[in-house]
Design a protein around this ligand. Structure first.
Ligand code: ADP
Ligand code: MG
Length: 246
């Protein structure tokens, strides 16, 4: 297996023209390698292509051109079923919305992916995942009785219970206050330190500075790549030029 968990080469994404629109280029020639256990943050202004890049990396969206290789497997060589299996067995997703099933308890939500994969939910693994996000005491509660931060931690436990090799997170702290966001971020930081790669899109530049590497996207291209930057360096890299008006 390749030493890189994820390899992306010359990714381009052009959206077809709408009724009164010209085709829009969303990604321009992006190449990127993500090592095992690396924590990569993607920042950039709204509309710069962050989510599109994340979804192309995960095989949820198709690039117009370029190659995506996940765990040494070229996604273009896998049919939909094989891609879905690869994601199920190796990839976790976290979104801004928690996507929990309201009628199930926290414990049942965490156990659900294993059940859907027709594996017996390993009770001790579910317990351990809930303990890792500090929610053992809330295991029998339904999502509506939990705070936003707690719900997002249930969503993280649901990912951790599957022991993925890579976690893709799109604005995981976007709906949370500073303290709850920091807890979620610490958990993502820890999971990367434990050997799971994390690719996180975020608006929060302070959060991005916790990553090993920060990519600044601009108009669908990587404008800056920073290694272990300070928060100030991330702010500077994303800062608007004086002639730019939002
Ligand atoms: P970001 O996550 O950085 O805000 P996105 O990846 O969501 O950016 O979007 C990049 C650009 O592509 C934006 O200009 C957006 O309007 C456009 N875009 C993305 N997906 C679609 C789509 N399905 N249909 C039309 N435009 C889209
Ligand atoms: Mg987005």
């Amino acid at each position: 297996m390749s030493e890189h968990l994820l390899e992306i080469r010359n990714l381009n994404k052009v959206l077809p023209a709408g009724p009164d629109q010209t085709p829009a280029t969303v990604l321009r020639g992006i190449s990127l390698d993500v090592a095992r256990g690396e924590f990569v943050a993607i920042v950039g202004r709204s509309g710069s292509g962050k989510s599109t890049l994340l979804y192309c990396m995960a095989g949820l969206e198709l690039p117009t051109e370029g190659r995506v290789s996940l765990l040494g497997q070229d996604l273009a060589h896998l049919d939909r079923k094989a891609q879905a299996r690869l994601r199920r067995d190796h990839v976790g997703f976290v979104f801004q919305s928690y996507n929990l099933i309201p009628s199930l308890t926290a414990w049942e939500n965490v156990a659900l992916p294993a059940r859907l994969a027709r594996r017996k939910a390993d009770q001790s693994r579910v317990d351990a995942a809930l303990a890792a996000v500090d929610l053992s005491a809330q295991a029998r509660q339904k999502p509506a009785t939990l705070s936003g931060g707690q719900q997002q931690r249930v969503a993280l436990a649901r990912v951790f219970a599957m022991r993925p090799d890579v976690v893709f997170a799109d604005e995981p702290t976007g709906a949370l206050d500073t303290e709850a966001g920091a807890q979620v971020l610490n958990l993502l930081r820890d999971t990367a330190t434990d050997g799971c790669s994390v690719v996180m899109v975020t608006h929060d530049l302070q959060a991005a500075a916790r990553a090993d590497r920060v990519l600044v996207l601009r108009d669908g291209a990587v404008q800056h790549e920073l290694h272990h930057p300070s928060a100030a360096e991330v702010f500077d890299a994303v800062a608007l030029r004086e002639d730019e008006v939002v």
